[in-house]
Design a protein around this ligand. Structure first.
Ligand code: GTP
Ligand code: MG
Length: 460
């Protein structure tokens, strides 16, 4: 069935290290025959497809039993690679699993390259590049929501949108072709209009997809969120609250946190790369000064700033300086320690911020913390509520190609505006069609495909 590579490949497909089971996977025309050479149990060449079979892996040289196993036999074409696939579930530790792998290689399989199983699935036409990339994204997903996006793409949701776009463009290109070949059917005007409509429509659809790209990259990388403020206001306490864990040291000694501490946390489904920083203030202490410098750097790099103030103390010059330094950033000002008598009034703060930026909290009594979390979620999900069929572009390669297609479509429209001949405008339209084809892999050059799959881990 396979139309790619006669060689049967193999690899350990589970993560390295100790686990209750590990899987040695084989794919290729000889997968079943090779596995059968090292297997004692039923004759695997005769078992029905998609069955799991109990037995032992035996070293053919000395007949020693290496492991007790369950072997799945899945014949083409209904398999991950569309080739014959065998999965040997071992229960030994890493040593036994490596031994099984060596025996399988001895019996005629070749060690797979990273990503080669997925690459075969692509080359055999079972998945497109957006789906292949989502396999990688699922492996690397840091939060549930990011994983959901990847799973949706594995179902082909982005591919469907891109395929539809390409089909519409191709239909228009075909119309132009007719016009060029039979100019006597004077359809020049009509074709120009069809081109303009198609380019405008495709461009709008791409724009909508691209609008999700920023949220998409946040889903992958996490929203860089810096907790800043002067010493002792409650920054580390806030980090610990959001982590539901005492990660950072909290004391009543100002200057407790001396370096930046970075943690991943999911707040209502939004992945945050949360950075707790050293309290920002003037200090002569050498170590503290390095910490403060790092805090400022984290502040500059942040997508979102949580600026913490201590409501129980009068506003200091340092607070004012930080309010000033963050005013052009996406920020939430957290007026903490509300359980103590207040020394800062909302009125006093009014000159420094919009009321909508302020939240009153007490980490001690948990006041306002729910609201803080829902505010963060709203900031983030606001950007992706309107995405088409919930498709989120989370991949930089895909977004880059969409932007290039977008540029070509703009040239189409500019060309039409300038009254350029249709066969010239057609070149840009074709370029857009090709760029979109690279997203799904239909028009992707070989080097790109090789480079892309090489980023996968071994056994995928
Ligand atoms: N009463 C009260 N105390 C709080 C509150 N939040 C934090 N604290 C206390 O304030 C002190 C400082 O808290 P931290 O979280 O270490 O403050 P920080 O901003 O990380 O301080 P540095 O690391 O020194 O910059 C600790 O004793 C906390 O228990 C609050 O809402 N109310
Ligand atoms: Mg701290």
């Amino acid at each position: 069935m396979s139309n790619y590579g006669e060689e049967t490949i193999t690899a350990i497909s589970t993560p390295p290290g100790e686990g209750a089971i590990s899987i040695v996977r084989l794919s290729g025309d000889d997968a079943v025959a090779i596995a059968n050479k090292v297997f004692r149990g039923k004759d695997l060449r005769k078992v029905p497809t998609h069955t799991i079979n109990y037995g032992h892996i035996v070293d053919p040289e000395n007949k020693r039993v290496v492991d007790e196993v369950m072997v799945s036999v899945m014949r083409a074409p209904k398999t991950f690679t569309r080739e014959d696939v065998v999965e040997i579930n071992t229960h030994g530790g890493i040593v036994a699993t490596q031994h099984v792998l060596q025996l399988v290689i001895g019996a005629g399989a070749r060690m797979a390259e990273p990503g080669e199983f997925t690459k075969r699935a692509f080359l055999n036409g079972r998945i497109d590049l957006t789906e292949a990339e989502s396999v990688m994204d699922i492996i690397r997903a840091k939060t549930d929501r990011a994983e959901q996006v990847a799973v949706d793409q594995l179902g082909g949701s982005l591919r469907k949108l891109i395929d539809k776009l390409r089909k519409d463009i191709l239909d228009t290109l075909a119309q132009v072709e007719v016009n060029i070949d039979y100019p006597e059917y004077d359809t020049e005007q009509m074709t120009a209009k069809a081109m303009r409509d198609a380019a405008t429509d495709a461009s709008a659809r791409l724009q909508e997809l691209l609008a999700t790209a920023q949220s998409g990259s946040i889903l992958r990388e996490g929203l860089a969120t810096a907790i800043v403020g002067r010493p002792n206001v409650g920054k580390s306490s806030l980090l610990n609250y959001m982590m539901h864990e005492d990660k950072a040291i909290v004391t009543n000694v100002p200057g407790t946190t001396r370096d930046v501490l970075e943690e991943y946390v999911s707040v209502r489904g939004v992945p945050l790369r949360l950075v707790d920083t050293a309290g920002i203030h003037d200090t002569d202490d050498v170590v503290e000064r390095i910490g403060v410098a790092r805090s400022r750097k984290a502040l500059t790099a942040a997508d979102l700033v949580l600026l913490v103030l201590d409501a129980s103390e009068p506003l200091t010059d340092e607070d004012k300086e930080l309010l000033e330094a963050t005013k052009n950033k996406k920020r939430i000002v957290v007026l903490n320690k509300q359980d103590l008598p207040a020394k800062i009034t909302a009125r006093e703060l009014a000159t420094y911020l919009e009321p909508s930026e302020l939240i009153n909290t007490s980490i001690k009594t948990a006041e306002g913390l729910d609201e803080l979390e829902s505010r963060i979620a709203k900031l983030f999900f606001g950007g992706i509520e309107n995405s088409q069929n919930n498709v989120i572009v989370s991949n930089a390669r895909q977004a880059g190609l969409m932007r290039q297609a977008q540029t070509s479509l703009k040239s189409v429209l500019d060309g039409l505006d300038a009254g350029m001949p249709l066969d010239l405008v057609q070149i840009d339209m074709t370029a857009a069609w090709n760029k979109l084809g690279e997203i799904t892999g239909e028009a992707a050059p070989d080097e790109l495909i090789n480079q892309l799959f090489s980023q996968f881990c071994l056994g995928k």
